[in-house]
Design a protein around this ligand. Structure first.
Ligand code: CA2
Length: 139
């Protein structure tokens, strides 16, 4: 059974509770249950933290044994050399996901320190992006 971890970064614990026009009205916990039903043959895990170091610790923890990491690092995407270094340091491949179309938003969201360290990037497709990223690791 493939082991895949979805990691959400800062403020994504507020999904479904604030700013529904940008980020939708479903909580990630609800959506994660849908994903678990959809991928019943996958050992799917979920981790969220608002802290950069905790995200890095989790990447290190799973990064040599899991088959894939689906990472939405939130605003750390645009600032964190440390998370980029963590992705480079591990052997598990990652896919970067953004719920909103970051390229249609403020200029500071257009650059990602992470994109060069991952297999691919999915932006702007809402929560569906996480499903597509999991599918990538199954193909
Ligand atoms: O579009 C995405 O998935 C982002 O990674 C979300 C980040 C943002 O900083 C990135 O530029 C793009 C922000 C996450 C904030 O999530 C919230 C969810 C609900 C309510 C308020 C914030």
């Amino acid at each position: 059974m493939k082991k895949i971890l979805i990691i959400n970064g800062p403020n994504l614990n507020l999904l479904g509770k604030r700013e529904p026009t940008i980020y939708g009205s479903q909580t990630f916990e609800e959506y994660f249950q849908t994903l678990q039903s959809l991928f019943s043959d996958v050992d799917l895990h979920y981790f969220q933290s608002n802290h950069e170091g905790s995200l890095i610790d989790k990447i290190h923890e799973v990064g040599f044994t899991f088959d894939g990491i689906v990472l939405n690092a939130g605003a750390y995407t645009h600032t964190s050399v440390a998370i980029a270094d963590a992705l480079s340091a591990v052997t598990t491949p990652a896919v970067e996901v953004h719920i909103s179309n970051v390229h249609a938003r403020e200029a500071f969201r257009h650059h990602s320190y992470l994109s060069s360290r991952v297999k691919g990037v999915i932006v702007g497709l809402g929560l569906k992006g996480y499903e597509l990223a999991v599918r990538y690791f199954l193909s």
